[in-house]
Design a protein around this ligand. Structure first.
Ligand code: NAP
Length: 283
């Protein structure tokens, strides 16, 4: 990449599953600063400890580094302070971004939907059914008040070099002989962490604004996806595995995302799970 395309990029949540892939990729072509909160698995000199709930700390970091782009990944469903980390965090980041005039790429989720009216395109209005979905929907509203933003709505993230959160949980439970139920009526478009990272960097450099669905083009049930991941990781203990329907409850059933706009806007192909797996198996 030429120096004129080299940007200063701040990545919050560099310690997240996504961040651990995105930060090294971004650092190949850009000047990167990343943040972590409690863990720094990357352990690079460009890492900074940051609590996104602390407005002054967020402001100082952003006004000192003066990024051209912020990729805000921090704040997932794994936090015990969803409102603080996701909503207050988004507010603090958006306010500071406004001061430096940077571009804001904000990671959102298909869990902002109730799963009753799929597929969801970029015009779909959030209809969350759980606290995580409500917090991420509120964060979208905050980010959308800032002009130069992209809200990236994604589905389950997986990778083939490091086990994703869901598969790790399943593997631990199965190996411990605990029951694991895989739902065959919950649908998602899992997105490969490589695809998502490349898409975020493309969006950092282009002029698209607004909401964009970035997900794999293959729709799978949670059960179908989980079995493919267990196969990939060679997890053979399946004695306590149950496959059956979810009755809904706190997790939406069918959150398939319409990826036609993403396919048109991005040059990064939105590969489905089978395409990613077959590419790796064959080569
Ligand atoms: N994983 C998925 O399947 C999925 C699906 C849909 C959407 N998403 C979205 O994609 C993004 C990345 O998800 P992920 O699963 O990769 O995340 P993750 O692995 O669960 O990591 C969460 C990140 O948030 C950071 N964090 C937590 N509390 C913080 C605080 N108070 N201040 C600053 N940072 C804090 C964590 O830092 P420490 O680890 O250092 O504490 C970590 O970097 C999130 O926005 C998530 O909502 C993920």
């Amino acid at each position: 990449m030429s120096d004129s395309l080299r940007q200063r990029i701040l990545i919050t949540g560099g310690s997240s599953y996504l961040g651990r892939y995105l930060v090294p990729l971004a650092a190949q072509s850009h000047e990167v600063c990343y943040t972590f909160y409690q863990n720094d698995p990357l352990n690079l000199p460009s890492g900074r400890c940051l609590d996104v709930r602390e407005e002054t700390a967020v402001f100082h970091l952003i006004t000192q580094f003066r990024p051209h782009v912020i990729i805000h990944t921090a704040g997932s469903n794994r936090s015990d302070d969803l409102d603080g980390v996701i909503c207050q965090g988004a507010q603090n980041v958006a306010r500071a971004v406004e001061q430096v005039g940077a571009r804001l790429i904000h990671l959102s989720t298909d869990s902002i939907f109730d799963g009753l009216q799929p597929p969801y395109d970029e015009t779909a209005v959030p209809s969350p059914v759980n606290a995580y979905g409500r917090a991420k929907a509120a964060a979208e509203t905050i980010v959308a008040t800032y002009e130069n933003h992209v809200i990236v709505r994604i589905s389950l993230i997986y990778g083939l070099r490091q086990m994703d959160h869901g598969t790790s949980w399943m593997a631990r439970a199965l190996q411990a002989g605990q029951p694991v139920t895989l739902f065959n009526n919950q649908y998602r478009n899992p997105v490969w962490v490589d695809t998502l990272s490349r898409a975020c960097l493309e969006l950092a450099a282009n002029d698209y604004t607004g909401i964009l669905n970035v997900a794999g083009r293959q729709v799978l049930s949670r059960a179908g996806f989980s079995l493919k991941m267990l196969d990939w990781w060679g997890i053979t203990e399946r004695g306590t595995l149950i496959i059956g329907p979810s009755t809904g409850g706190n997790w939406p059933l069918d959150c398939r995302l319409d990826v036609r706009r993403g396919t048109a806007v991005l040059t990064t192909p939105l590969l489905g799970v089978d395409a990613v797996l077959s590419f790796h198996r064959n080569g």
